[in-house]
Design a protein around this ligand. Structure first.
Ligand SMILES: C[S@@+](CC[C@H](N)C(=O)[O-])C[C@H]1O[C@@H](n2cnc3c(N)ncnc32)[C@H](O)[C@@H]1O
Length: 362
């Protein structure tokens, strides 16, 4: 599909992002359509070598247009050049990959025909208006990256541009922002910008930029998860549990999950909720929870082996073996959450059926 655009120099290539979006044919730059790229450059330049996981809703299809030498036609008038573009899906994903030097870029799209995989880019299917599909896609990314606690540094919504979809996607995906992570919602019409300014924000997330561009269809909003915001909000809380109370509760519920098997599912849910709250407060809830499991397993093993050696009580080598498996899994999960991964011990023993009450929910 081809279309003609008006290119005005020198504004068009003000920043590296302007050049990259233009190179691949993404309409986020003034040379093609939107005036976002200079603004994005200001927001993102300090994270160029820090951001490692980028997620964009909207890989791009025929509605987008890509500049191509092969198809370019030039007509020079007094102050402008007109070009003809052809679009290849994944334009902005490629630009993000080139800009963030150490990042992997994940694309989400409802159109299965545009999904692709290439160096540091992998696309997944999801309809952004469907909460379950979005969550499933995060699970798919977690499987792909072998990281059970996948978080993102930059999330960009350039998908359906339907307000209800954008708000729903923000509600679901903002949970997966790292500290300093930025969430951008693009192509917001002037008359709709207040809807996005007034979204009830999860704790720790704040608006960092409201951009109303060169015309009524050239707006975006950017949110960021900041540790400072999390702490400020926490200090305003009057009756909610403090962080130490949450962690204390987590360690008790973790014991209950193992020792009160008839309510295993309820406790697993409570654990998930507390981990979520800790994340909201700017901590790594899963890391804290896994450390608690590790410490508790060591205590259980210690106790069990002591009983076994004394030949008393319920000491049982089979149980020690199984708990060791849970301990190894905990260690691997901790390694998985570290930025550099590091050495992993994949020796994971299975707990025997007779001890399955001891299984923990990961
Ligand atoms: C504007 S294009 C994305 C362009 C791309 N980000 C770029 O800059 O090169 C929008 C994309 O969103 C996808 N899309 C539309 N509705 C969607 C939905 N409900 N869920 C996920 N993707 C959707 C379309 O299939 C299309 O590929």
């Amino acid at each position: 599909m081809n279309m003609t655009f008006n290119v005005k120099e020198p504004y068009v290539f003000k920043t590296e992002l302007c050049k990259l979006f233009y190179k691949y044919g993404a309409d986020k730059c003034p040379a093609i359509r939107h005036s976002y790229s200079p603004e994005y450059y200001t927001l993102l330049k300090e994270y160029k070598s820090q951001f490692t996981d980028i997620l964009e809703i909207g890989v791009g299809n025929d509605c987008q247009l890509r500049y191509s030498d092969k198809f370019a036609k030039i007509q020079i008038s007094s102050d402008s050049i007109d070009w003809v573009f052809e679009y290849i899906p994944g334009a902005s994903l490629r630009a993000w990959r080139d800009f963030f030097t150490d990042a992997n870029v994940y694309g989400i799209d409802i159109d299965k025909n545009v999904l692709f995989e290439e160096e540091r880019i992998k696309c997944f299917y999801a309809d952004q208006s469907n909460e379950e599909e979005l969550e499933n896609t995060i699970r798919d990314i977690e499987k792909y990256t072998n990281n059970k606690n996948q978080k993102f540094d930059l999330i960009v919504d350039d998908g359906s541009h339907i307000i209800s979809h954008m708000i729903l996607s923000f509600k679901i995906l903002s949970k997966y922002m790292r500290i300093n992570g930025i969430y951008i919602i693009e192509d917001i019409k002037k008359e709709d910008i207040d809807r996005f300014k007034n979204i009830e924000l999860p704790m720790g997330i704040e608006i960092i930029k409201v951009y109303e561009g060169k015309d009524s269809q050239d707006g975006f909003i950017a949110y960021q998860r900041t540790a400072v915001a999390a702490l400020d909000r926490r200090s305003m809380r009057k009756y909610l549990p403090t962080i130490s109370e949450l962690i204390d509760r987590l360690s008790i519920v973790q014991l209950k999950e193992v020792f009160i098997p008839e309510h295993k599912e309820e406790y697993a849910q409570e654990i998930k909720d507390i981990v979520h709250d800790l994340d909201e407060l700017g901590l790594n809830g899963n890391m804290i929870r896994t450390t608690i499991v590790l410490a508790q397993m060591n205590l259980h093993i210690w106790h069990n082996e002591t009983e076994y050696r004394k030949g008393e009580g319920d000491g049982n080598l089979g149980l020690t073996h199984g708990l060791n498996g849970i301990r190894n899994t905990a260690k691997n999960i901790i390694q998985d959450q570290l930025e550099d991964g590091g050495r992993k011990d994949y020796k994971v023993d299975c707990i025997a059926a007779e001890f399955e009450d001891w299984e923990v929910s990961w």
